[in-house]
Design a binder for this molecule. Structure first.
Ligand SMILES: [Zn+2]
Length: 70
């Protein structure tokens, strides 16, 4: 399947280059990262919460410390 292969290559190219966003404040690449955090609700139920956040030098430390409420 040459056609399918070409499509995959194009997609990978776009993700690696054109998807790049540079933060105007700290001038580093803004990366989309996936956070997994626990969320306590009533009682003893525990549900993992998945969240995508944009991370650059500006908020990197806060995210790593779990302080970001995006
Ligand atoms: Zn920044």
């Amino acid at each position: 399947m040459a056609k399918g292969k070409a499509f995959a290559a194009k997609l990978a190219h776009e993700l690696s280059t054109e998807g790049k966003v540079i933060c105007p404040v700290c001038n580093t690449e803004i990366k989309k990262i996936k956070l997994i955090r626990s969320r306590n609700s009533k009682g003893n139920t525990w549900a993992p919460k998945y969240q995508f956040v944009s991370m650059c030098k500006c908020n990197e430390k806060d995210i790593m410390a779990g302080k970001v409420n995006a």
